[in-house]
Ligand binder design. Structure first.
Ligand SMILES: *[C@@H]1O[C@H](CO)[C@@H](O)[C@H](O)[C@H]1NC(C)=O
Ligand SMILES: *[C@@H]1O[C@H](CO)[C@@H](O)[C@H](O)[C@H]1NC(C)=O
Ligand SMILES: *[C@@H]1O[C@H](CO)[C@@H](O)[C@H](O)[C@H]1NC(C)=O
Ligand SMILES: *[C@@H]1O[C@H](CO)[C@@H](O)[C@H](O)[C@H]1NC(C)=O
Ligand SMILES: *[C@@H]1O[C@H](CO)[C@@H](O)[C@H](O)[C@H]1NC(C)=O
Ligand SMILES: *[C@@H]1O[C@H](CO)[C@@H](O)[C@H](O)[C@H]1NC(C)=O
Ligand SMILES: *[C@@H]1O[C@H](CO)[C@@H](O)[C@H](O)[C@H]1NC(C)=O
Ligand SMILES: *[C@@H]1O[C@H](CO)[C@@H](O)[C@H](O)[C@H]1NC(C)=O
Ligand SMILES: *[C@@H]1O[C@H](CO)[C@@H](O)[C@H](O)[C@H]1NC(C)=O
Length: 896
């Protein structure tokens, strides 16, 4: 990368060398690659300017981290802080965090998010607003979602025809670049600046600790200084759509003067906003994510307790201001924020503007609700805000509970536990904590307007790796893998709103212009918040871009939401219309296989996600489309739709289609219909095994319905054997192509599906050892000095763990029994444990316990919601059916 920039030498003269030696610089340079790929580069006059800007930013950041480190203290606490959950359900540390990606701690409510290093006299809280994105129509009014122009439709049809002909004669094609489009103003999710908090205190600090309480959903730092112990608490309340940072002392005494300021300079690439006083206790920030670009607003209101306390907003310099609090015994700042983004204006009726007026009045009223200016703040005001927050968080988590028989270790800090953790040896306490942390992160990032992105909602800098976007070829899916099973159904709904409002409307245009298809809609792998439905060009982009099955995979989540919840109102109004739109497109897109001429229907061109060759009948696509068609049949009766023509088209195509299951020359499950897999291919994705986990085309294989239209079916044993052969050859999830956490937890889940408890545990614990940071965030490149945070493994981990304890994979038809397997891959390290209120398909809920590695009790109840369908269930334990019954709404079963 650097070689392309002639300017680098100039910089070395202008900034001290520590700037370039810092991990921040290495990350910043890497982000440049992302910027380049997103073509934002033209905004700058020259490479020199870009590097100047980055170096300034790094220098500023380092100045602050030096201050931060200076405020840290040597005297460590010996055990978890008082107030830390006695169950051990939290993360704690003896020193403040330095590196954002692996040491800072997250809070969030889905709308807003923040990362805190846990500073003392200086605290730098990094802020996020969920919809703050560069790019889109805000940056470029001609932005059209990376699509072709209407005038190109006929040419595309011809090009597509030629591509298919080449594939049918030649088996593969070198590239399909002609179908893709320059991403234009694709943009990136951006950080929203920093809240800088300083205390006017020179007292020596000691007795430092910081922690994240996963029971209460608060981040805290405490340290002793001068008169007593200061404690800072941060949280983001879901009901209030506001975040709060609170400072108090014990015993109660006057706390030092607090100054809050806002900095965009620390936020890599964020332009300088206007900072003013909205009123005498409220700081207002109005800025742009880029110029031109989306506008955002943040409001910070200070509240102070104490007779002689005083709050003031003080203008400083030009376009700047600070909030100060003096003489308080307790004080807090409440902040709210929003942008011009409007997800409901992303359709033709709104000319795909995605725009609204900056909702200033709404922000003021949110602030008034959280911290009314007319009220004199008191300790009890704050206590009730906190209690309301924790109650809302607890209700998002629901009644689900897991025990792995873990014993909390309250004398080792979380980073120490993580550092001591080893593959296969493990630590059930840390494993349990990671499970709960995944649930905390989903509860804190998913229930906003937009779904959780590649980093949940936590991203630092204005240009993030992969745009911190919605990669929907495994990553977005993995984010939600465990949600239904652990009863977090409510947080999934924003995901469906996002698909409905940003994918479907422009996806219908893409279907027409790119595929010459007049019904339904399509999108591809990489998605921003502006309906980027075209194929995103970057080099020979087929590996990434040629993925019209992304929405097919997402429809698994749509179907599952109905299957788990039985919510037929939702199904009629949102679930079914989504599923139907995707299925309509794919019944028009499947074509007769003119390569094998075997009378089947296939997709072409296709490739496995992020993996060439470009060919026909890719296993991944065929399996997913088959599952989609099954969901259409299963959900038709409940949909209220009477479009029989659509249903029969789906059923007839399903009968004719290639099911994506072929066993190849070395006993493998073929990734492509042509047998050309390499036994040495350790690619990160398990694309062709999607039907093993999280899908069911392989896991619930049924030879009578998955036989080729004209030919002999494999037996289930043959299919699973081939699947396992492919899984073995795919390696352990560290390969020449990547070393991410998500590929390992996917493998762990797959091994659990084979009831192989030792390989499951080896892979799961390997992921923990290798890819999780001291903050327990999952790392894309764990050995980098300042690694990239990618949240998917945090979310894939709980799902993989659960897959060792309970399996109830979907089935093609509601007339096939649902097989519920208890403790299918229980590793020896969790001899004792229990699960309460795990949810399974058919609106069922499961409680169970085990001891000495043996099941001791289990009970299933079926919720009484009217939408839950009657179905036959078989419960299997240790290879034997231990119960079978017909599940009907309201029924309860004790097993055995
Ligand atoms: C250390 O901090 C804790 C709070 O985490 C407090 O309870 C304790 O009194 C402090 N100890 C000293 C010696 O200041
Ligand atoms: C819609 O947006 C396009 C640019 O994408 C613009 O050319 C056109 O004038 C807009 N139409 C309306 C009605 O605003
Ligand atoms: C035909 O396939 C071969 C690989 O089997 C490939 O090298 C060649 O480039 C392909 N031809 C075209 C036109 O894509
Ligand atoms: C900080 O405190 C010192 C001494 O208490 C005082 O002189 C100074 O003005 C204060 N600074 C600010 C910014 O409040
Ligand atoms: C200690 O208390 C005094 C008086 O209440 C106050 O002025 C001072 O800021 C406090 N110092 C610290 C470090 O809390
Ligand atoms: C506003 O003041 C804060 C605190 O002094 C500073 O960090 C920030 O960079 C200032 N902003 C501008 C635009 O000067
Ligand atoms: C703050 O402003 C309000 C009106 O906005 C006013 O009533 C109040 O007196 C002011 N307080 C101070 C301390 O200036
Ligand atoms: C499983 O596959 C291997 C390798 O292809 C083969 O040797 C073995 O016989 C197969 N086993 C079964 C039960 O099909
Ligand atoms: C796979 O790797 C082995 C060992 O590196 C090598 O001998 C073999 O030729 C490779 N096979 C293929 C099909 O690439």
């Amino acid at each position: 990368m650097l070689a392309h920039f002639p300017a680098a030498n100039h910089l070395l003269l202008m900034f001290p060398s520590f700037v370039f030696d810092s991990p921040l610089w290495s990350r910043t340079r890497r982000n440049m690659d992302v910027i380049m790929r997103h073509w934002l580069f033209e905004q700058y006059n020259s490479a020199l300017e870009v590097y100047m800007r980055l170096a300034e930013m790094v220098a500023e950041r380092l100045r602050w981290s030096t201050l931060l480190a200076g405020s840290a203290i040597a005297t460590a606490t010996s055990a978890a802080p008082s107030g830390f959950p006695v169950s051990g359900n939290g993360l704690w540390y003896r020193t403040p965090g330095t590196i954002w990606s692996k040491e800072w701690l997250p809070v969030g409510n889905g709308y807003l998010a923040a990362m805190t290093p846990g500073g003392t006299t200086f605290e730098t809280t990094q802020l996020n607003i969920e919809s703050l994105w560069s790019g889109g129509p805000f940056q470029d009014p001609t932005y059209n979602g990376g699509n072709k122009q209407p005038s190109q439709r006929a040419q595309m049809a011809t090009d597509m025809q030629n591509i298919r002909q080449t594939i049918f004669t030649n088996g593969t094609i070198d590239n399909v670049e002609v179908l893709s489009t320059d991403p234009g103003a694709y943009g990136s999710y951006s950080g929203a600046g920093y809240l800088l908090t300083s205390l006017n205190s020179t007292s020596h600090s000691s007795n430092y600790t910081r922690w994240l309480d996963l029971d209460a959903a608060v981040a805290r730092a405490s340290w002793s200084s001068g008169n007593g112990t200061l404690i800072r608490t941060s949280f983001c309340s879901h009901p209030l759509q506001a975040c709060i940072q609170h400072l108090s002392s014990a015993p109660s005494s006057t706390i030092p003067t607090i100054t809050h300021a806002f900095s965009a300079a620390l936020e890599d690439g964020l332009p300088t906003p206007t900072v003013t006083c909205l009123d005498n206790s409220t700081l207002q920030v109005e800025g742009l994510v880029s110029d031109p670009g989306m506008a955002y607003e943040l409001l910070f209101r200070a509240s102070a307790v104490g007779n002689s306390s005083r709050v003031a907003c003080v203008p400083s310099g030009t376009g700047n201001a600070t909030l100060t609090i003096t003489g308080a015994t307790e004080a807090w700042v409440t902040w709210v924020g929003d942008t011009e983004y409007n997800m409901n204006a992303g359709d033709a009726a709104h000319n795909f503007t995605f725009r609204q007026e900056l909702p200033h009045d709404k922000l003021v009223s949110l602030l008034e609700t959280a911290s009314p200016s007319s009220q004199t703040p008191s300790s009890s005001t704050y206590a009730s805000l906190l209690a309301q927050h924790t109650a809302a968080y607890t209700s998002i988590l629901g009644p689900f509970a897991l025990s792995l028989g873990q014993k909390p270790d309250l004398t080792s800090s979380t980073d120490e536990l993580k550092a001591a953790y080893q593959t296969n040896i493990g630590n059930s306490y840390l494993e349990w904590l990671l499970f709960n942390f995944g649930r905390y992160l989903l509860a804190s990032s998913a229930p906003g307007v937009l779904p959780a992105n590649l980093q949940g909602k936590w991203a630092d800098g204005s240009s993030n790796s992969w745009g911190s976007d919605y990669h929907s070829n495994i990553n977005l899916q993995m984010n939600y893998w465990f949600a239904e099973m652990t009863g977090m159904s409510s947080v999934v709904v924003p995901l469906f709103n996002y698909i409905e409002n940003t994918w479907a409307p422009r996806g219908a245009y893409t279907a027409e212009v790119l595929y010459n298809i007049n019904q339904g809609w399509v999108t591809h792998d990489e998605m921003n918040v502006f309906g980027h439905t075209g194929m995103k060009l970057s080099g020979n982009s087929a590996e990434w871009a040629d993925y019209p099955e992304s929405a097919v995979w997402m429809m698994v989540h749509v179907w599952d939401h109905f299957d788990f919840s039985g919510d037929s109102q939702w199904w009629k109004s949102q679930g079914w219309p989504l599923l139907k739109g995707v299925a309509q497109f794919h019944i028009s897109k499947l074509i007769p296989d003119e390569h094998f001429n075997d009378s089947t229907l296939v997709v072409a061109p296709c490739n496995s996600p992020e993996q060439v060759p470009i060919t026909l009948g890719c296993a991944h696509a065929q399996q997913l489309i088959w599952q989609l068609f099954n969901a259409v049949e299963k959900g038709y009766a409940a949909s209220g739709d009477n479009d029989e023509a659509f249903l029969s088209a789906v059923l007839s195509q399903r009968a004719q289609m290639d099911k994506g299951i072929h066993i190849g020359s070395w006993g493998q499950l073929q990734e492509w219909k042509i047998d050309m897999d390499s036994p040495n291919d350790t690619h990160r994705h398990l694309s062709h095994l999607v039907g093993l986990y999280p899908g069911y085309a392989l896991a619930s294989y049924n030879s009578s319905i998955q036989a080729p239209p004209h030919g002999t079916a494999y037996t289930k044993a043959e299919v699973l054997n081939a699947t396992q052969t492919s899984l073995i050859h795919r390696g352990n999830g560290t390969g020449p192509d990547a070393d991410s956490g998500w590929e390992k937890v996917w493998r762990a889940a797959a091994w659990a599906q084979f009831a192989n408890s030792s390989t499951f545990y080896e892979e799961l614990s390997y992921a923990v050892e290798r890819n999780f940071a001291p903050s327990l965030f999952s790392m894309y490149d764990p050995f980098d000095a300042d690694p990239i945070f990618q949240i998917d493994a945090n979310f894939g981990y709980p799902a993989a763990l659960l897959n060792a304890l309970i399996q109830a994979p979907d089935v093609a038809s509601l007339t096939s029994p649902l097989i519920v397997t208890l403790l299918p891959a229980l590793p020896t390290t969790w001899p004792t444990g229990s699960i309460e209120s795990a949810r399974i398909r058919g609106g069922m809920s499961l409680d169970m316990a085990w001891a000495d590695g043996k099941l001791t009790s289990a009970a299933i109840s079926v919720n009484s919601s009217s939408g839950a369908v009657e179905r036959s269930v078989e419960v299997v334990y240790q290879g034997k059916t231990v119960a079978s019954f017909t599940a009907s709404p309201g029924a309860n079963f004790t097993i055995p």
